[in-house]
Design a protein around this ligand. Structure first.
Ligand code: NOJ
Length: 561
């Protein structure tokens, strides 16, 4: 594929509520991000994706927007955002915002008007309304955050539809006026000078219009709505139009959150004339659970399986376009806690091995706040300590499905989205230097051990190794634009691949185990580009990778860029 500017980026994801609190009200804010631009620059970041900062009652922490054109006052005002965009630009950092256009908040004026005038509102057709059937909701579909997708619309015998929470009514994309309103929103923000959008839940915008019942898949008698609401036939018309009316008019980057798309349709999404620059592939991120909305159905995965999934994803994407690689995000648990099964093995080596493995895959790397210092999951003692609506729902559903309260809590501790949403650890001071006030969500107690200040002062820290990984990627074009080719496919503990660009080759080896692993490499043919075992001897004979070693080797005699 032709080179594109956004292939070179290294993207840092910010969950604004938990990043840095400049006015000490316990909630992170936009000024707090501006204050930390130098930190991001030193890390090697070139672009920042900020989760929603728009006006919102925050039922789903901003993924429930009540005004697309205003910012939520707790995050700051438009001047703060303009200042952030400008200062970031001066430092060579681009800003990407989150575009949430599958649904609004129920506090959006359109929906409020509907509630006030349920029978006559001019916004009736902005949302999805249906008559119930004999006192029951129109279908038995379960929403992503639990319960029926249908909620009674007071004063009528109708229900409104929500794929996610009851406070997130879905917009009716079948209505062209809705689509036009949304395109104006997109163009307004792109005109403002942002680099692009991460596009939320975009595969949900088309619903199966037959609205037929599903076979029940739980004791609640409901069936997962995603079978009828995600990537449904006809979505291509909406996505083409969205792209034509907005993104295609700008030199912007678009990162689609597009779960539910089979690989044989990736070309439509990310091919040369695709709807987006890149999309996230969640298939391997959810390998420890049956699905992203059923954390209580755990799977027993192994490295071989993870490797198979990564390579499948990489090769399918390589056929048609470009991917977005991530270890963590605000909907996931912490990667060290997920991918490194034994707590004793969660250390500098495993954290940097995971980082080097993912950052050097073919695609644009995303780093989620705190990942670069090795933040971990946080164990809570009761469901009362959780904020995330989806964790609360899943806790009760797990018990409904027959698990004990203790087991249900255990599943939440493993998987809750709150694991990655705890406030950022800047230093060992109270509240980790995040805020002088008690933060909106409990701190992870290990902030005195794991924090930026400590790691900045330690040349052998995870943070400093992240800087090195990024530098190596950015200064070796094969690691950015090169083709990927799996190596050692049958090895059950080592993940390895080759990146190749116009005759230049870089071989990447990652020991995904706590034991030495013998690998057949003749080191005399290579230069070492990256190694997380600094100072340790690399034996020329009888070569072995150390536990969780990551090693990037470039073929000698090749011209490196
Ligand atoms: C995906 C977002 O990443 C998640 O945080 C949110 O809850 C849902 N979409 C609904 O907007």
């Amino acid at each position: 594929m032709l080179k594109k500017w956004w292939q070179r980026e290294v993207i840092y994801q910010i969950y604004p509520k938990s990043f840095n609190d400049s006015n000490h009200d316990g909630i992170g804010d936009i000024k707090g991000i501006t204050q930390k631009l130098d930190y991001l620059k030193t890390l090697g970041i070139t672009m920042v994706w900020i989760c929603p900062v728009f006006k919102s009652p925050m039922a789903d922490n901003g993924y429930d927007i009540s005004d697309f054109y205003q910012l939520n006052p707790e995050f700051g005002d438009m001047e703060d955002l303009d200042e952030l965009i400008l200062e970031a630009k001066e430092k060579g950092i681009k800003i990407v915002l989150d575009l949430v256009i599958n649904h609004t908040s129920d506090e959006h004026p359109w929906f409020q008007d509907l509630l006030e005038n349920p029978k006559s509102s001019k916004y009736r057709d902005y949302y999805i309304l249906k008559q119930g059937k004999e006192g029951q909701p129109p279908t038995n579909w379960r929403s992503v955050f639990g319960g029926s997708v249908w909620e009674p619309l007071e004063g009528t015998d109708e229900y409104y539809f929500h794929s996610f929470h009851v406070k997130q009514p879905d917009l009716n994309w079948e209505n062209e006026h809705v689509r036009k309103e949304l395109y104006e929103v997109v163009n307004y923000w792109l005109e403002k000078g942002i680099a692009g959008f991460r596009v939320d839940a975009i595969t949900f915008i088309k619903k199966d219009q037959r609205f037929e019942n599903l076979p029940a898949d739980g004791v609640d008698g409901l069936g997962k709505c995603t079978k009828k609401t995600r990537n449904q036939p006809g979505i291509e018309k909406f996505l083409h139009e969205l792209n034509r009316e907005t993104f295609s008019k700008y030199n912007c980057v678009t990162i689609g959150e597009a779960p539910g798309v089979p690989y044989d349709q990736y070309g439509d999404y990310i091919g040369e004339d695709g709807y987006f620059s890149m999309i996230f592939d969640f298939k391997y991120a959810d390998l420890d659970v049956a699905s992203g909305s059923e954390w209580f159905r755990r799977t027993d995965w192994n490295v071989q399986e993870l490797k198979r999934m990564i390579f499948k994803s990489q090769l399918e994407i390589q056929k048609v376009g470009w991917g977005a690689n991530f270890l963590e995000n605000h909907d996931q648990n912490r990667s060290l806690s997920k991918y490194i099964k034994e707590a004793d093995n969660r250390n500098f080596y495993s954290a940097t091995m995971l980082a080097a493995l993912f950052i050097n895959l073919r695609g644009t790397p995303f780093i989620y706040q705190g990942q670069e210092i090795g933040m971990t999951n946080f164990e809570r003692e009761s469901i009362e300590e959780f904020d995330d609506i989806s964790s609360i729902d899943q806790y009760y559903r797990a018990m409904e499905e027959g698990f004990s309260a203790e087991e249900a809590l255990h599943f939440m501790n493993l998987r809750s989205r709150d694991n990655s949403r705890t406030p950022f650890h800047w230093n060992s001071e109270e509240n980790g230097g995040f805020s002088k006030k008690r933060p909106w969500l409990g701190m992870n107690e290990n902030y005195t051990l794991i924090n930026v200040e400590k790691q900045e002062n330690d040349p052998n820290s995870i943070l400093n190794f992240y800087k090195e990984i990024i530098k190596v990627r950015q200064s070796n074009e094969p690691l950015i634009y090169g083709e990927i080719e799996p190596l050692l496919e049958n090895n059950s503990t080592v993940i390895a691949y080759k990146r190749r660009l116009q005759g230049e080759e870089i071989d990447c080896y990652f020991n995904f185990s706590s034991e030495n692993q013998k690998v057949d490499i003749d080191l005399s043919c290579y230069d070492v580009l990256l190694n997380n075992y600094k100072g340790a001897a690399i034996p020329a004979q009888d070569f072995k990778l150390y536990p969780y070693q990551s090693l990037l080797l470039s073929k000698k005699g090749m011209v490196l860029s």
